[in-house]
Ligand binder design. Structure first.
Ligand code: DQA
Length: 148
C-alpha cells in the first residue's frame, strides 16, 4: 500500500512560523514523524512539500496509478484552491485532509476547505498526530474496514 503525503506552503517553516499555533518542532521532525508512523503501520510513504499550487496539482496528477491513498495538508491553499480540489477529484484517489491547527476555531477565512470537499476524512487540531491518524485511517479505509 503506497500513500503520498503532501504538504503545502509555509509548512517547511515549521518551528519558526507561529510556534504558539503550529508548535516548536520543525519540518524535518514532521517528516521523521510521518515516516515512523508509516513504518509502524507497515505502509509505504512518500512525502512531498511545495510552496507552489501548480506543483501540488502536478504531484496529485502524477499520483494517478502510482499511489493508493493521499494525505494532504494544503496549508493556505486549503481555503483558496479549486485547482487542488479538481486534481483530487480527477485522480479519484482516496484522500484524507490534515491540519495541525483546529481551523474550525480560527479566522472566518479558514472556515472553508476546498480540498476537504474531495477528502473522505479530515483531522484538525491534533498537531503531528493528525498525520498518523490519517495514515491509519487510510490503511483501514483502503482495506475496506474503515469505521466512521
Ligand atoms: C494549516 C492551517 C491553514 O489555515 C494555514 O494556512 C496553514 C496550516 C494547518 O496545518 O493548521 O498554513 O493547514
Amino acid at each position: 500500500m503506497k500513500i503520498l503525503v503532501l504538504n503545502g506552503p509555509n509548512l517547511n517553516m515549521l518551528g519558526i512560523r507561529e510556534p504558539a499555533i503550529y508548535g516548536a518542532r520543525n519540518f524535518d521532525a514532521l517528516i521523521a514523524f510521518i515516516e515512523k508512523s508509516a513504518a509502524e503501520a507497515q505502509v509505504e510513504v512518500e512525502c512531498y512539500q511545495s510552496n507552489h499550487e501548480g506543483d501540488l496539482v502536478t504531484k496529485i496528477q502524477e499520483a494517478y496509478g502510482a499511489f493508493d491513498g493521499i494525505v494532504i495538508n494544503p496549508a493556505a491553499y486549503t481555503h483558496t484552491s479549486v485547482a487542488i480540489l479538481d486534481a483530487l477529484k480527477a485522480v479519484q484517489i482516496p484522500a484524507v485532509e490534515v491540519h495541525l491547527s483546529d481551523i474550525s476555531t480560527r479566522e472566518a477565512f479558514r472556515q472553508v476547505s476546498y480540498a476537504g470537499m474531495a477528502c473522505v476524512k479530515t483531522y484538525k487540531g491534533l498537531g503531528f498526530d493528525g498525520y498518523r491518524e490519517a495514515i491509519l485511517f487510510l490503511k483501514d479505509y483502503l482495506s475496506g474496514t474503515a469505521k466512521e
